[in-house]
Design a protein. Structure first.
Length: 531
């Protein structure tokens, strides 16, 4: 074996980069033309050209970065990689996907392998590094193969330089840590997985009720309910756990349980509460795993200023420099007209917006309603336009040609968009807006819109955005605009990201928090992950 001159310069670089910790880390062995680590005495083998030529381009690049020498010659680097494979379970991944058992067996007998076998093992480790690193960075599953309304794209990580530095500096574990989502919410979801693993085996019976259960009712199912509450650490008394009376202690425990599950904490046990109670430990673990996967699909950096929406939580947060400056309750798309998952930027705010009816609503709502009564148009303060832009009287409207018309609702407090609209570019034609159904915000189930996101108290949010854009803005200025009832578009010049995202669990300290999977995204993704 003959060492190329180019590798000499690589060794010089390697030596100089590591001098802080060691005088010399690698030396030539003149008898065998091999490289040896001066500290560990580990041999560093050349990867034969015929093997390199058979490798994928990305794997070849990793070896090229290290002058086509063995990458995993150092025991610490190999140990770190194996430990990271084992620890991948904490990130919602399956260590078996990364050939853990095969690698452990090879590692145990590495000293007995010949050169060819060691090189094959090295290539296996390199491929495993790439696979695990990619899954930690962007998830295991392509979201677009699972969800039709997912409009996020995350590129593969650039791994060649990070691997080279990790090998040289013996920081393999840190290189993996840098690839994981850094957002605090991901860490809270990850913590919830650790908490769930501490729960004992769940063998409790399912609960079934015919009617709502209220305080002081006596119902046999209350015993099962108490057992479930005790299991999930909302109920701590054991002396009355076998009694069927829905007493005040259990009533308060139910209210705490309802809070953790995003339900109205009224203590009334209805279908929603029973559904949440009937989840098993294994189902909650699966739910947590899919949330960890989805979070890996999200961008690593949301920017300095953003509006982040969690659809199942019906919640929006306005964040500036990591400080939450506003929180708002939302109404989101119903299951049949789901709000898409996307990222964009606020382009403008519209006061007193008009509303142009979108095609889906024309087909499914407007046409059937107007066909029954032409008063639909006057009742909704709506003007009809033909394809040339000419107004059409309601009595001239032809329901068979309903798709060819344009329908515009005039500005008003009762406009479907309310008095304020937040625009951001996206191909789905969705946006944030006020609503004329303000009572919807008080409901438990708020997946009720036609796809757009309705914001409670939108003027408060608009004021914060505008005053941050320009200090001259205030509520009085906004009120003046609204009173004029003229449509006014206010451009937003600084960057405010909009993130419409989806996650259904997290932790708050040692409390487990869950939300209803309103679009049935969880089960579908878990099946994809395990297949």
């Amino acid at each position: 074996m003959k060492i190329k001159i180019t590798f000499f310069f690589f060794i010089i670089t390697l030596l100089s980069s590591c001098k802080k910790n060691n005088e010399d880390t690698s030396v030539f062995n003149n008898d065998t033309d091999l490289i040896k680590d001066a500290v560990t005495n580990a041999i560093i083998r050349t990867i034969p050209t015929e093997k390199l030529d058979q490798l994928e381009d990305s794997i070849q690049l990793y070896y090229n970065k290290l002058d086509n020498f063995e990458i995993w010659y150092d025991l610490k680097n190999r140990t770190d990689l194996i430990n990271e494979i084992k620890a991948s379970a904490k990130e919602g991944l399956d260590p078996n996907d990364y050939l853990l058992k095969t690698i452990e067996k090879l590692e145990l007998k590495r000293s007995k392998l010949n050169d060819d076998e060691i090189i094959d093992y090295d290539i296996l480790l390199t491929r495993t590094y790439r696979k695990l690193a990619t899954h930690l960075y962007k998830g295991k599953v392509n979201p677009k193969t699972v969800y039709s309304n997912w409009d996020l794209k995350k590129e593969d990580p650039s791994l060649s330089n990070s691997l080279m530095l990790a090998i040289k500096n013996k920081t393999v574990s840190q290189s993996f840590e840098n690839l994981k989502p850094q957002d605090f919410m991901y860490k809270r979801i990850k913590h919830s997985l650790a908490l769930l693993q501490l729960y004992p085996k769940d063998s409790l019976q399912k609960i079934a009720i015919k009617e709502k259960i209220e305080l002081n009712d006596t119902v046999t199912e209350v015993v099962k309910i108490k057992q479930r509450l005790h299991y999930w650490k909302d109920y701590f008394r054991t002396d009355s756990i076998i009694t069927p009376v829905y007493d005040e202690y259990t009533f308060n425990a139910i209210k705490e349980f309802q809070k953790r599950h995003g339900l109205k904490p009224d203590g009334v046990i209805g279908k929603g509460t029973v559904k949440a109670l009937n989840y098993t430990k294994e189902e909650r673990i699966q739910q947590t795993i899919v949330n960890l996967e989805r979070w890996k699909w999200f961008p690593h950096d949301f920017g300095n200023e953003y509006l982040i929406v969690n659809l199942p939580d019906y919640a929006l947060k306005y964040v500036i420099d990591k400080d939450t400056v506003a929180e708002h309750t939302l109404v989101v798309g119903k299951k049949s007209r789901q709000t898409p998952i996307l990222i964009s930027k606020i382009s403008n705010l519209v006061f007193n917006p008009t509303w142009t009816v979108p095609p889906t609503i024309i087909k499914e709502d407007l046409t059937p309603a107007a066909s029954k009564s032409l008063n639909y148009f006057s009742r909704n303060n709506m003007t009809i336009y033909d394809s040339t832009g000419q107004k059409v009287l309601p009595e001239e409207w032809n329901p068979e040609l309903s798709k060819t018309y344009r329908y515009v609702q005039a500005p008003s407090y009762q406009n479907s968009l309310g008095v304020l609209k937040f625009n951001f570019p996206n191909k789905h034609l969705v946006y944030l807006h006020d609503t004329n159904h303000r009572d919807y915000f008080t409901r438990d189930y708020k997946a009720l819109s036609s796809g757009c996101v309705r914001v409670e108290n939108p003027l408060d949010l608009g004021e914060k955005i505008l005053t941050h854009e320009n200090k001259d803005w205030n509520r009085a200025t906004m009120d003046t605009l609204l009173k004029r009832k003229n449509t006014k578009i206010i451009p937003i010049k600084h960057n405010i990201s909009v993130l419409l995202l989806y996650w259904t669990n997290w932790s708050n300290g040692n409390q487990l928090i869950f939300r209803d999977d309103i679009y049935n995204h969880d089960k579908k993704l878990y099946e994809a992950l395990r297949n």
